[in-house]
Design a protein around this ligand. Structure first.
Ligand code: ATP
Ligand code: MG
Length: 886
């Protein structure tokens, strides 16, 4: 007798595989070795498509079995009673399985084993190869197994083979709507209660730097499908690794799920006599209390979880070093300049000691500043390799009080780790540990690895995606990590269009840009001093490239002195948490989102928050930026951040800002779609007086701003594709309430040169004159010709015209300006200069004049056709002299 069987607690994949095996072994008997999962039982109860004839295990005479066909398992402990026959001499065993190998594996004369998503895939491959056909019912049932084990083909475990098998099943009539009904079956009330208990008890543990969540519960009777609940919990909380312990009927069911390599749940389950895959496994623990099972699990985790955070992840590089012959004074300068507590002493490329700042200071105090470093350095110290685990470093720095640990790769010094770096690591641990569902106020719940490639696929135009791919590829060529950072990443998450790309390169940004220029048509400008470059593309797109840098601020409010460093440091130097997101672009990690400082949480909660208390001291322009982002995004500046802003204003840090920096931030505010709320906010923070003591933003100015906004919106709707600088119009608005010498002072404060101040304000002055001119027409009840309207408005800059439109209270004036933009501005005569020459007009100034007269005639609707224009010109010629025809 041939018997087809599977593992106990059979699920859809086992059932599907048995059904498929029956196709290959038509004479075999199907037997479940034990219980089935609830979903599967329900399926049997409800399904009319049920085509399986299953024999009960107790009706089987084990002695009669000559061939055992095992599907979806090959572990001797998982096949119930059939384990008794596997070692019998002469027993033929065929195996179809997708689980990884284990120590208790049965071996057979035929083994079809591969790590595909579902076992049924392996059998379907054979069915297809042999040219067998399936009924739609059979195909549907098999698809069910395939779907369940591959999460509808979305799990990473799903392989190409699974998709092919699915295609074959669909071709054979698998009914997908039946499938979705069965698979998304609701939880029972009992399951919901259990899930809730699990959620409540879920606790995060940090094991060798890896986050693992354990949830546990006890129930007084059997509840099926705990695995489904584990799965739900995992999805709901987006966990990396989860263990669920449920005590029922005097035994503990252990379910493990993991998405990360650091935690292999099959290995853990194996310690409890269970099995499964590295990503999904289970075990049953008999005769134990929950608390005991939990303790054992913790112990097993300590042994099996591999550390994630290593020395290389927290070290700082490149390293500042001193030579042994340098004086203590020189060493002190380096330590102070880079704000270090200690630094390695290097001789001929070898680290021979550490020199501590504390020692240097004491020695200098005692008049020893000329002494060489080597006399005061510490020579007893430990070093670590880049892959040393965090725990080892913690032990050295905190346990043994070695305040600086050099990181050595072979004989080369590749980085250092200081107390501060360890503290940062520990702080991250603290933020990430604790209860899963509560996090300290204002802190990230826990850093999750999120991959945005799908989002990028959906939200970015192809042109931008290709560009990002090319950046990533260039990074790989140079062996450095490349990220898109700041506003671009923020807006990507928020679903706001922004193609203003900022790139950060962990390495040399300039070399990167230059390498990029060799591959892709573009033009590169570099700033050696800052390690930055701008890539300009023929279509006008502009990308900023920066070098991941460890900025050292020489003095508050001054420009930074730049050093090379790593991405985390780069992000730490940024203005607000919401601008600290980075998206990796290198092909292997494309779209991976880096969120060190809780940016996602703050975006979700709509908060503008600085990263540390000295932020506004380092760079007071951030005060303006905070306001701009708050108003543009509709966010709130966090309370503490507001206090820091007020403090920066009060203590007088704003005064230290150079005019140029204020101007660029202030124009950015005025350039916003509607700057009114931001100006009101500036008023709240008492910021306007830094621009000019007389500058005000009262209701009158506000009304003017609103009218400017209105005029700009109107103009934008005309789609005139005409560039204009919105900020200038608002600037006119502010200046309108100042006296001319005050405007000059304002320009001086903003470092606007006298010349460009004059040029700017001249536009406004001419606009004001034209307003008066139009006003005099109105009071005289004079109806100007269209050409007259054109003549007075055309020479003014667009900004001045739009400002007039906002400033005037006369509807008629607005109508003239509107007439100008919508009808007059684009009017051109049909005849060209060459036509006129052919008609006998002398080349030279008369051509210009004739064209001008023609334009006026056309504006005033005196000519319509080309012939009209030619007649108009001939008439003028006949008259001999050129006067504007009436
Ligand atoms: P926008 O959409 O207005 O361009 P943005 O976030 O891209 O917003 P940018 O002024 O273009 O702002 O600056 C790009 C990035 O550089 C910011 O996201 C921020 O991370 C960083 N940044 C800019 N200015 C500062 C500053 N003064 N201090 C710290 N970081 C800054
Ligand atoms: Mg930007």
């Amino acid at each position: 007798m041939d018997v087809i069987t599977t593992h106990t607690n059979a699920d859809f994949d086992s059932m599907a595989s048995m059904l498929a095996a029956k196709k290959l072994y038509p004479d075999a008997v199907l037997v479940f070795p034990g219980s089935q999962e609830r979903n599967l039982r329900d399926f049997f109860i409800h399904s009319t498509l049920y085509a399986l004839e299953v024999e009960r295990v107790k009706n089987i005479d084990l002695q009669e079995i000559t061939r055992l066909i095992l599907v979806d398992t090959r572990q001797v402990s998982r096949i119930g009673k059939f384990s008794e026959v596997v070692t019998r001499p002469g027993m033929d065993i065929h195996i179809y399985d997708h689980h990884p190998a284990s120590a208790e594996d049965i071996h057979g004369s035929l083994e079809v084993v591969a790590e595909v998503g579902a076992t049924v895939t392996l059998l379907v491959q054979w069915i297809e190869k042999k040219g067998l056909t399936l009924t739609p019912d059979e195909a549907t049932a098999m698809m069910l197994g395939l779907y369940e084990d591959t999460g509808n083909l979305t799990f990473p475990s799903a392989k190409e083979e699974d998709f092919r098998a699915a295609a074959f099943l669909v071709r054979n009539g698998a009914n997908l709507s039946i499938l979705s009904n069965i698979i998304t079956r609701e939880l029972t009330a009992e399951q919901v209660f259990l899930l809730n208990d699990l959620i409540q008890s879920a606790t995060r543990y940090r094991i060798h730097g890896v986050d693992v969540v354990i949830a546990q519960a006890a129930v007084d009777r059997y509840i099926g499908d705990v695995a489904v609940l584990a799965h739900k919990l995992m999805d709901m909380e987006n966990l990396d690794a989860l263990f669920v312990l449920v005590l029922m009927e005097s035994r503990v069911t252990l379910i493990g799920r993991s998405r990360i390599e650091d935690v292999n749940v099959a290995e853990v389950a194996a310690e409890f006599g269970g099995g499964g895959h590295p990503t999904a496994a289970s075990a049953t623990i008999k005769g134990t209390a929950l608390i005991e099972a939990h303790a054992r699990l913790m112990k097993v985790l300590q042994e099996t979880v591999r550390p994630k955070r290593l020395a290389r992840d927290i070290m700082v590089y490149p390293v500042k070093t001193v030579e042994p012959e340098r004086t203590l004074e020189e060493a002190g300068e380096i330590l102070t300049r880079y704000n270090l507590t200690a630094t390695p002493v290097v001789h001929l490329g070898k680290v021979i000691g550490l020199i501590y700042k504390q020692i240097v200071e004491k020695a200098v105090h005692h008049g020893l500043k000329r002494s060489p470093v080597k006399e005061y350095m510490t020579t007893e110290f430990a070093v670590v390799a880049p892959d040393a685990p965090f725990s080892r470093i913690q032990e050295l720095i905190i346990g043994q009080n070695q305040r600086l640990v050099p990181v050595m790769e072979k004989d080369e010094l590749v980085g250092t780790i200081s107390v501060a770096d360890v503290m940062r690591g520990l702080q991250e641990d603290m933020l990430k540990s604790g209860e899963v569902f509560s996090a300290p106020e204002g802190q990230p719940l826990y850093a999750r690895k999120k991959v945005l490639s799908k989002l990028m696929e959906e939200r970015l135009p192809g042109r931008i995606r290709t560009l990002l791919d090319e950046f990533g590829a260039t990074g790989d060529e140079l062996g450095c990590a490349v990220y898109a950072v700041g506003g671009f990443a923020r807006d990507l998450i928020m679903g706001v269009e922004n193609f203003d790309i900022d790139i950060v390169v962990e390495g040399d940004g300039i070399r990167f840009a230059e390498a990029f220029e060799k591959k892709v048509p573009c033009h590169v400008r570099t700033h050696k001093k800052f390690g930055t470059a701008v890539i300009l593309f023929p279509d006008g797109l502009k990308v900023d490239v920066a070098t991941a840098r460890l900025e050292i601020y020489d003095a508050p409010a001054a420009l930074p002195t730049v050093e090379t460093g790593s991405i985390k440091m780069d992000l730490y130097r940024r203005d607000f948490t919401i601008n600290t997101l980075a998206v990796q672009l290198n092909p292997k990690a494309f779209g991976e989102l880096i969120d060190f400082f809780g940016a996602l949480k703050d975006i979700k909660e709509k908060v503008i928050r600085v990263l540390h208390n000295l932020s506004f001291v380092e760079d007071p322009t951030r005060v303006f930026r905070a306001i701009r982002f708050e108003q543009r995004l509709g966010f709130q500046i966090a309370k503490h951040t507001q206090n820091l802003m007020k403090n920066a204003v009060k203590v007088g840090f704003m005064e230290r800002l150079s005019g140029g920096r204020v101007l660029s931030e202030f124009t950015l505010i005025l350039q916003e779609d509607n700057p009114t709320p931001a100006l009101k906010r500036m008023k709240d923070f008492d910021l306007l007086r830094f621009l000019h003591p007389q500058l005000k933003f009262d209701e009158e100015v506000e009304r003017l701003f609103e009218r400017i906004h209105h005029a700009c919106s109107w103009f934008d709707l005309l789609f005139r594709e005409e560039e204009y600088e919105r900020w200038r119009i608002y600037f006119y608005g502010l200046a309108d309430f100042l006296k001319p010498p005050e405007v000059d002072e304002l320009c001086r404060r903003l470092s606007i040169s006298e010349r460009s101040c004059k040029a700017t304000m001249e536009g406004k002055g001419r606009g004001d004159q034209v307003l008066l001119q139009i006003y005099s027409w109105i009071t005289a009840d004079y109806q100007p010709k269209r050409s007259e309207v054109f003549t007075i408005l055309d020479p003014l800059p667009t900004e001045a015209k739009l400002f007039m439109m906002a400033k005037t209270t006369q509807t008629v004036t607005r109508r003239y300006i509107s007439l100008y933009f919508t009808q007059l501005k684009d009017t051109r005569p049909l005849l060209r200069g060459t036509d006129l020459i052919q008609m006998g007009i002398e080349a030279g100034p008369s051509i210009r004049k004739t064209l001008n007269d023609l334009l006026k005639a056309r504006l005033d609707e005196q000519v319509a056709t080309r012939q009209d224009e030619m007649d108009f010109v001939s008439r003028g010629q006949r008259m001999g002299s050129w006067t504007t025809p009436m």
